[in-house]
Design a protein around this ligand. Structure first.
Ligand SMILES: [Zn+2]
Length: 721
């Protein structure tokens, strides 16, 4: 029996080598999909590619099983080959086994090719082991190959076989998260997907490839696949036909359908929840205190952060995510047990994201005793929320503190903005910003990585990658005339950028001059922080062409406004700031006093600010993706309210108001790969700000925050500072 099985496998492999159709389904098809997924959908991003790879592998295996098994089987029956085999000592099991093993062999080759090419072309990495990957593959093949045999056995002839195969293929491809990531499927489809075997295969593949899990962790999904496989193998034997003239046993067909339905029905309830449902790139956000809640916000105008508006909307929030968005129609029943809030006449926007902050700084001059305390930090976290800012990017802060903060927000253990972080910035020995940390021994070493050689640069980047930072901040700052600073040497910067790129890390560069920007662009930086001295139109055009994000941080230079703040004429800033820090800024002996009074220096500062405004205006007109970042933590740049001022300045620089909202919501979320933040959309995390006025009609609306939801939890806006 072994010999006849082997002979049949060998014959089939030869057949496949000769058959153009078979070769197409096995090679061109998966390769075409790899290129489509890689270039079009993942846009060459290795991490996105890793998220899409499970679907690609499942689709390939599905086509190998359904088309690669069913069609040859029917063909062999039609040309009478099966009839001839029947008179040999080969029983039906041999034929079935031979087809199954052939499919598993060819499928394994496709698997290796796809993983290797995914790595070579897109830098995709498999987080788990090859052993786990093959383990998942075998369970998947065990479930899907018998389906091909079933199709081959039930199809009347070679014309009906592809029709039946397609009938199974397309639902299993589109409804199980194979053709598009599971995360973007509508909720109804996600529920239905639990009835499809391919969903369990996708979940198991994604466990190995994306999350680096082993076979034990994935036991639930693998058990479903094996159960399907066992039923398929047993039932195939009931349906196997040697000749086309044999009748198709209807009773057996009914039993098969029933058996599959029952098994998958049980699986849908018993198998663990799919973890692949998290949006690409999203940090794991736990439901925390919002677990089990159903909250409905009725009647508001939703500005979704992506450029659309829905008037009279109904937003349903389940746990910590937005479950549903629709028009608020009284005739449509509200979900049972829901807490309903009437927000008619109000405007809902996604929680704002400040793309450049320093939690280490307070906005004072470092002289008020409270500035160095935990209370100050706690106040600033809450003041940021009070301004409607639910996310920040920390560039230059203590890595361990940021990780703890970020995890605590995700688990709803603390009321604070979600914090994405670069950790320490990479700069030259004694380079910017080390001069700002000289007041405390050791602080500069915590907040920077000072590198002098290419080796040191590469080592620093490798360490940050191991620490899983969200992005890398590098500093190119030659200083000012009469006040030079040690700037990273070009070759050192080059080495750091090359290492970061090889590791697929996001990079953003603090720049001083136009030459710095040029170098950063040339080496493939993803972002530029601050305006640059002498920034040329050509450089701006390059930034626009390469879609490099530009965070001008205008507010940190807006000393005219800062004077207003210190004098108390900005009401929101006065409300949100710590009084003792405010009064310390008024001290005429403080080093900032010269800047906060109308003297000659204030004229110079005003000219610098005007220059930055002009650069930003040009960048906006040129189509550079401009981001809202405040550089909060710097003197008189208080957390939260500074971002609101930055939005006003971006509007003043000519940015259309719908774009201003994007610059502080979906755009920064997307640049971090956080597709479930920065938008009000189905599946997104419910970080929502309620405004009393329309921010796309007047920029002052951002100062009228009347409600706030963080991960679906309603925060008491009045109890925040
Ligand atoms: Zn900064």
């Amino acid at each position: 029996m072994i010999r006849s099985t082997l002979a049949l496998i060998r014959a089939q492999l030869t057949e496949i080598r000769r058959s153009k159709t078979a070769l197409f389904w096995m090679s061109a098809f998966p390769l075409g999909f790899l290129l489509l997924f890689g270039f079009v959908m993942a846009r060459g991003d290795a991490r996105v590619m890793a998220i899409m790879m499970p679907g690609l592998l499942t689709t390939t295996l599905m086509s190998a099983a359904l088309f690669g098994v069913a069609l040859p089987l029917v063909q062999q029956r039609e040309i009478g080959l099966l009839r001839r085999l029947r008179v040999t000592p080969a029983p039906a099991a041999v034929v079935a086994l031979a087809h199954g093993i052939t499919a598993i062999l060819t499928g394994a080759i496709s698997l290796v090719v796809l993983i290797v090419l995914g790595g070579a072309l897109f830098g995709m990495q498999v987080a788990g082991s090859w052993v786990s990957l093959f383990g998942v593959y075998l369970c998947g093949a065990c479930a899907l190959a018998p389906m091909g045999l079933l199709v081959g056995s039930t199809a009347r002839d070679i014309r009906t076989a592809p029709a039946i195969a397609n009938l199974l293929f397309f639902p299993m491809m589109f409804l199980s998260g194979s053709a598009m990531p599971f995360a973007v499927l509508p909720d109804g489809v996600k529920t239905f997907a639990r009835l499809l075997p391919t969903t369990y295969l996708n979940e198991a593949y994604s466990g190995v490839i994306v999350r680096g899990e082993g076979l034990m962790t994935l036991a639930g999904s693998l058990a479903v696949l094996l159960a399907i496989g066992v039923i398929g193998i047993v039932l195939t034997s009931m349906l196997f036909r040697w000749e086309g003239t044999e009748p198709i046993p209807r009773r057996s067909l009914a039993i098969i359908v029933a058996a599959f339905t029952v098994t998958l029905g049980i699986a849908a309830f018993a198998a663990p929840a799919f973890k692949m449902g998290d949006m690409p790139g999203a940090r794991r956000v736990e439901a925390g205190a919002a677990s089990g809640q159903v909250l409905v916000l009725r009647g508001a105008t939703v500005l979704d952060g992506l450029g659309s508006r829905i008037v009279n909307a109904r937003v349903v929030i389940r746990d910590h995510r937005i479950a549903e968005m629709s028009l608020d129609d009284d005739r449509v029943a509200l979900p049972e047990g829901a807490t309903v809030e009437d927000v008619r006449g109000r405007f809902l926007i996604p929680g704002l994201i400040d793309s450049h902050v320093h939690w280490g700084g307070s906005g004072g001059i470092g002289a008020a005793p409270i500035e160095m305390t935990d209370d100050r930090r706690a106040h600033d976290l809450r003041a940021t929320l009070a301004a409607g800012v639910t996310g920040v990017v920390s560039l230059t802060d203590d890595l361990n503190e940021m990780r703890t903060l970020s995890n605590n927000v995700a688990a709803a253990r603390v009321d604070a903005p979600r914090t994405f972080y670069a950790g320490p910035s990479v700069t030259a020995r004694g380079g910017h910003p080390t001069e700002m940390f000289s007041f405390m021994p050791g602080l500069a070493d915590t907040l920077t990585r000072q590198v002098e050689t290419p080796e040191q640069a590469r080592a620093a980047i490798a360490e940050l990658d191991r620490q899983r930072v969200d992005l890398v901040k590098l500093v190119l700052e030659p200083g000012f005339e009469g006040e030079p600073m040690p700037r990273m040497k070009d070759e050192v910067f080059r080495a750091a950028m090359a290492e970061a790129k090889a590791r697929r890390m996001r990079t953003t560069v603090h720049v001083g001059t136009d030459a710095d920007v040029r170098l950063a662009i040339e080496l493939g930086a993803n972002g530029i922080e601050h305006t640059a001295r002498g920034l040329t139109d050509e450089t701006i055009a390059l930034m626009a062409a390469k879609k490099i994000t530009f965070t001008p941080t205008l507010v940190v230079l807006d000393w005219a406004w800062k004077r207003d703040v210190v004098r108390g004429s900005d009401a929101e800033a006065r409300r949100l700031a710590i009084p003792s820090i405010m009064s310390s800024l008024l001290d005429p002996k403080s080093p900032l006093a010269v800047m906060l009074t109308d003297g000659e220096l204030s004229q110079t500062m005003a000219r610098a600010f005007e220059g930055s405004m002009r650069q930003t205006a040009k960048a906006i007109r040129a189509g550079v993706p401009v981001m809202a970042g405040s550089d909060a933590g710097n003197p008189v740049t208080f957390h939260g309210i500074s971002l609101i001022r930055e939005l006003e300045l971006l509007a003043q620089a000519g940015m259309p108001l719908t774009d201003v909202l994007k610059a502080a919501t979906s755009r920064p979320a997307d640049r971090l790969g956080q597709a479930s933040l920065g938008r009000i959309a189905t599946g997104a995390i419910a970080d929502i700000v309620v405004l009393d006025a329309d921010p796309t009609e007047g920029i002052k609306a951002y100062r009228q925050v009347s409600g706030l939801y963080l991960g679906g939890r309603k925060l008491d806006i009045k109890a925040l500072p």
